[in-house]
Ligand binder design. Sequence first.
Ligand code: NAD
Length: 348
Amino acid sequence: MTVIVTGGAGFIGSALVRRLNAQKRRVVTIDKLTYAGNPDNIAALPHPELHSFEQVDICDRAAIKRIYAGVKPQAVYHLAAESHVDRSIDSPAPFIETNVNGSLVLLEAALDHWRGLDGIAKGQFRHLQVSTDEVYGELGDTGYFDENSSYKPNSPYAASKAASDHLARAFGRTYGLSVMVTNCGNNYGPYQFPEKLIPLTVLNALEGKTLPIYGKGEQVRDWIHVEDHAAALQMAMEKGRSGETYLIGSRGEQRNIDLVHKLCAVLDGLVPRQDGKSYATQIAFVTDRPGHDARYAIDPSKAERELGWKPGHTLEAGLKATIQWYLDNSAWCRRAGQAYDRGRIGLG
Ligand code: NAD
């Protein structure tokens, strides 16, 4: 029984691959290794003999078909994506190519593969579309996204993910393919590419650079530890109902400015600045991101109830351990940092 993980060299995909491998599951990772993909993220698996890696673009129909025919997967976790909102604002086309067209290639391959199965295997096959709460647009000061929220994506990234969510659902309804969709909030944890808010803030702080914050930093994001997300994905795959959507969140709402102050406070305790001042003095407010959503917040009741999932990390402890991980893994940070210009602001 083999599962495919697309985007398995990225931040969340690699957490899932490490989790499944630790449980001795057979996994094939498909990843193009864009600037965000890093083979180091899955280099130290405890059971390497149960893992294989295909450096392939999910838009490459022939290669995907070859892999599905050879692997005969029982399930596919689809995470490969262009994932950074700021980059989608600069240049939307790669987001449509990978997130929409690539997702379609995978759904078509899944459908072909599934149609060729028989009996129990046909009943067991599943395709999980891993998505974001950003597809729902923004909330005001109150309320939560849930499985009945309407799609109102505001960035090219969110629009491309919304399109792929719709395609996945349509393949379920039209062709009977067993498809599920999960929508999750902002992830944090080890191995996150340092263009995103938390690693960017930590690494810039340590290098004496400014800590850029959009607008007044009042936007609210719902943070979840990546390992809690990976656990939820596995539970959705193994216990979720075909055709359903599950929202994944750990009730971790934070204003960006408050989150950055928390990071600075932890850093002040762990690696005090030589001048005795707080890292918070490095905060610099910059012109807001166009179309910036004010607030995301998730009601995860359905996932908790139906999947029996619960987050294992509190935000306070999770952030502290994450910062410690970046401090302990400076070689990883250096190599990842070489892959891009860290002048950007990353808010996921
Ligand atoms: P990431 O950018 O860290 O990783 C994406 C991975 O996909 C990389 O390894 C990259 O090489 C690979 N990839 C990109 N284009 C590809 C292509 N054409 N073919 C094959 N591989 C390709 O992203 P992430 O933060 O790990 O996000 C993973 C998934 O989870 C995405 O689908 C994203 O939309 C979703 N998601 C992310 C968050 C978050 O907070 N990071 C929250 C909710 C949902």
